[in-house]
Design a protein around this ligand. Sequence first.
Ligand code: UDX
Ligand code: ADP
Length: 465
Amino acid sequence: MEEENRMEFKKNILCIGAGYVGGPTMAAIALKCPELRVEIVDINAERIRQWNSGDIPIFEPGLDEIVNQVRGKNLFFSTEIAEGIKKADIIFVSVNTPTKTFGEGAGMASDLQHWENTAHAIVAHSQGDKIIVEKSTLPVRTAEAMERILKANRRGIRFEVLSNPEFLAEGSAVIDLLEPDRVLIGAHRTPEGLAAEKELVDIYAHWIPREKIITTNLWSAELSKLVANAFLAQRISSVNAISALCEKADADISEIAYAIGSDSRIGSKFLNASIGFGGSCFQKDILNLVYICKSYGLTEVADYWEMVVKMNEYQKRRFVQGIVREMFNTIAGKKIALFGFAFKANTGDTRESPAVQVTRDLLEEHAYVAITDPQALENAKQDLQGTDGRVSYEVDPYNAAEDAFAIAVITEWEEYRRLDFERIYRSMKKPAFIFDGRNILDHGKLYEIGFNVYPIGKKPLTHFE
Ligand code: UDX
Ligand code: ADP
């Protein structure tokens, strides 16, 4: 049966790693290339079970519709990794590469154990030539290490390694995949490398204009991914640094962001001041860049980029310090409601979310923390294991705010703008405080209701003398 199916498809694509990157990317390829058989495998059987159920494991607007359309037709989820490798013509590697927590480079370098296991599995189970596509964000020159492992096999099988970094952002993954600004493919500039590159270009060319498919050498592609994330994160740290100045200097960070962003050379995106950036990529990729620079002896370059992460830490710390200071220098025994826990809106992902640090700092000050989030409560519970007792989880934001002394807005969920803040105000302890870590609420209106309002990078609106 499987063999029969195989005959119908022009090529077999395999993706190892059914996560935030692998899942959506393969769904998009399956949707746009019906003649390809796309299979996603993972060591996590529960995750695969979820992808095969009606309830897919990641929340991403529009993704379930696509998965429902192609699952069982030309998109398959399985734990049969060896079998998948045998059949595949092209293998995307999309396993997680978190920051190392131990040994040399701990806290900076990437932990490549999952990735290396994958390389060994590919060698062990391959019976013919294959194209290997790096999808995970990896330190520069990882492809070289991948090639060394792959070429150490003595069975005459040829592996051509490509780098095809993914630029999708969570929450907008579907649109980013279907209408990307660009696709980047790195390959060796050899006849074999260029032939493999062409195969991958042809896949993307099913739906992406050819001029948006950028081809480079392998190392440029790998490094471009780190640099793109470093530049984006740097914008946020820059605007957050100025937000601290605004709070002292009676200027307004939103007005400044608009004024500078109107310069077409600067551009208006990624200039929203916040409690700090989170997510699985920015910090990891910058620290990776820093580690690489240090390993080449480029101390000044490393320090320059490391400052982006340090500024982000400062912004998170500053937010909690502001809460404590404004609430009469003590929050011990006070209930604080956190509106949002995800690292950004439209995702349930909490990896590196500023919410984790903020909650821990509030608990350190002996506050009670009530967390509400439309998508991220389960992940929040995992992140905060061991802090039971002083943390509660509420699906309903009104319940979270009841009897609270303060609300801290952590995630820019659209629904928070539409809440009935008069009702919320009535249910809270007085004086009631709002710390808007995302500047999404109508501060003037909240002030009129009776709240003391503390935005980021703007003058607070308070009823105190
Ligand atoms: C990022 C990159 O955008 C994407 O190209 C890459 O593939 C993966 O990393 P992601 O982490 O999903 O994507 O989210 P992104 O939208 O970039 O936001 C990252 C963090 O920055 C979030 O915590 C977000 O809230 C914060 N942010 C973003 C700001 O604080 N201010 C802004 O103006 C923009
Ligand atoms: P990303 O955001 O980079 O997609 P995720 O953590 O969401 O990262 O997904 C990575 C996936 O890779 C996880 O589901 C994990 O179980 C899977 N994985 C890790 N190591 C292996 C491996 N050796 N073989 C197959 N899958 C793996």
